[in-house]
Design a protein around this ligand. Structure first.
Ligand SMILES: *Cc1c(COP(=O)(O)O)cnc(C)c1O
Length: 385
C-alpha cells in the first residue's frame, strides 16, 4: 500500500490568536462598519511597525494604490515609470487615471526596478516613479531619490511584500512620498482582503481622509471640526469594515512571531538548498545584505523549461510551487496602457525562470523537510552550459 502524502499548499492564511473573539465582539457591537475601535487599534499597531506616517486602512492594497494615483492627480498626458515585473494593481491604478505607464526593467539580483532604466525613462511628463520591494528586498531608494531630486516627481512604494523591513534610509513604505501595504490573505499579515495607504508627505493627509470617506469631510465632522459633513472632493468607499480590522488587529498583535516563523522557514530553504543549487546551476534568492521580509523564497532555474519541469516535479510529490508575475509590458493591457522603454530582457528572464516554494506560518518541520527533499531530487534534463 502506498500512502499518498497530504498536499502541501503554496500558501495558507494564518489564524492569529484572538481573531474569533475580536470578530465576535464586532458582530455583537453596534459598530461593524469602518473606522471603529479595531480600525484605530490596528492603525496604531501599524504605526509602531512603520515608525509613524499617516496610516489609513483600506479595503485592499489595490485601493491604496488607486488612492495614491488620485492624490497625485494623475491625468491624461502624465507618465508614471513602473517596473514590468510587478503585480497588475500598480499598473491598473495608473491606467484608470488616463496617465501612461512607461515600463522599465528589473535588476536580476533582486527583482526590483533597475534605477538606471528608471532614470532613463524620465521625461518632462513624468509625474511619479512607482517601485515595488520584491519579497521585501529593498529597492535602491537612494538611487531613486537621486532621480527625483529637484523635480516634481513623486515616489510610490508598493510595499505589499515588505511590512516592517528596516533599511538605512528608513522602514520600507516610509521612504517614498506614499507607501502601500496589502493584507490579502497571501501576505505575511492579512485580513482576508485589506490594505493600507501610508502617507509620508503631510500635504496629502487631509485629502486622503476625505477620499477614503466617499469624498466627504465626515472624519472632520466626527472630530467636531465641522457641524455637518458633505461632499467636498473625489472619493470612494475605501475604508474596511471593523470585521476586517479586527482580524488585522489580531495578526498585528503577533507580528514578530509571524515574522520569526517565516524567517525560520526561509533560512532553512536558503541553508539546506545551497549546495544542491550550486551543483545544478540554480540561483537561490539571495537578497543583498540579507534584508528581506521572508514573504517568499524563490529559485531561478537555469532555463525556462526547467521552471515548468520543477513545478511539475514538485506537484508529483504533493507540493504546490509556483511561478510569479508575467511581465506587464508585453501583456494585453500593458500594451494598451503603456509602453516599454525598450525590450525588457531581465524581466522576461526572471519571470520565466522563477519558482517559489511554499512558505507559510504553521508549516511543520516535517513539511519543510519534505519540500527540501523533493526539490533536491530535481536534476536538469540536459547539461547546463
Ligand atoms: C498583493 C499585492 C498587491 C495588491 O494587493 P491587494 O490587497 O490584493 O489588492 C499589490 N502589489 C503587490 C506587489 C502585491 O503583492
Amino acid at each position: 500500500m502506498f500512502l499518498q502524502a497530504e498536499t502541501i499548499p503554496f500558501s495558507r492564511p494564518f489564524l492569529a490568536p484572538g481573531s474569533l473573539e475580536r470578530l465576535g465582539s464586532v458582530l455583537s457591537s453596534d459598530h461593524a462598519h469602518g473606522d471603529g475601535p479595531f480600525t484605530r487599534a490596528a492603525t496604531e499597531k501599524l504605526k509602531v511597525i512603520l515608525g509613524g506616517g499617516g496610516v489609513f486602512l483600506t479595503t485592499s492594497g489595490t485601493h491604496a494604490l488607486e488612492m495614491a494615483s488620485r492624490l497625485l492627480d494623475l491625468a491624461p498626458g502624465d507618465e508614471v515609470v513602473l517596473p514590468s515585473f510587478t503585480f497588475s494593481s500598480a499598473a491598473t491604478a495608473v491606467a484608470m487615471t488616463g496617465a501612461r505607464i512607461v515600463f522599465v526593467d528589473i535588476d536580476p539580483a533582486t527583482g526590483n526596478i533597475d534605477p538606471e532604466q528608471a532614470a532613463e525613462a524620465v521625461t518632462a511628463r513624468t509625474r511619479a516613479i512607482s517601485v515595488m520591494h520584491y519579497g521585501g528586498t529593498p529597492v535602491d531608494m537612494a538611487a531613486i531619490a537621486t532621480i527625483t531630486a529637484g523635480r516634481d516627481i513623486a515616489v510610490i512604494e508598493d510595499n505589499a511584500h515588505g511590512l516592517g523591513v528596516r533599511t538605512e534610509l528608513g522602514v520600507l513604505g516610509r521612504i517614498g512620498d506614499l507607501g502601500v501595504q496589502s493584507f490579502h490573505d497571501t501576505k505575511n499579515v492579512h485580513s482576508g482582503e485589506g490594505g493600507a495607504l501610508v502617507i509620508n508627505d503631510d500635504r496629502y493627509l487631509q485629502r486622503a481622509e476625505i477620499m477614503r470617506e466617499k469624498g466627504t469631510n465626515r472624519a472632520q465632522f466626527l472630530r467636531g471640526m465641522v457641524d455637518k459633513y458633505s461632499w467636498v472632493d473625489w472619493g470612494s468607499s475605501y475604508l474596511p469594515s471593523e470585521l476586517n480590522a479586527a482580524v488585522l488587529d489580531a495578526q498585528l498583535a503577533v507580528f514578530d512571531e509571524i515574522q520569526f516563523a517565516r524567517h525560520a522557514i526561509w533560512n532553512r530553504y536558503a541553508a539546506e538548498l545551497a549546495e544542491w543549487a550550486a551543483h545544478v546551476g540554480i540561483r537561490l534568492m539571495n537578497p543583498p545584505g540579507g534584508t528581506h521580509a521572508a514573504h517568499l523564497f524563490y529559485l531561478l532555474m537555469p532555463g525556462a523549461d526547467d521552471q515548468t519541469d520543477l513545478i511539475a516535479s514538485l506537484r508529483t510529490h504533493g507540493i504546490v510551487a509556483t511561478f510569479h508575475y508575467v511581465p506587464l509590458d508585453t501583456s494585453i493591457a500593458g500594451r494598451r496602457y503603456g509602453r516599454a522603454l525598450r525590450t525588457l530582457e531581465q524581466s522576461e528572464r526572471f519571470s520565466r525562470r522563477l519558482v517559489r516554494l511554499p512558505l507559510w506560518v504553521g508549516m511543520t518541520e516535517a513539511q519543510v523537510d519534505r519540500v527540501i527533499k523533493a526539490v533536491r531530487e530535481w536534476r536538469p534534463k540536459r547539461e547546463v552550459s
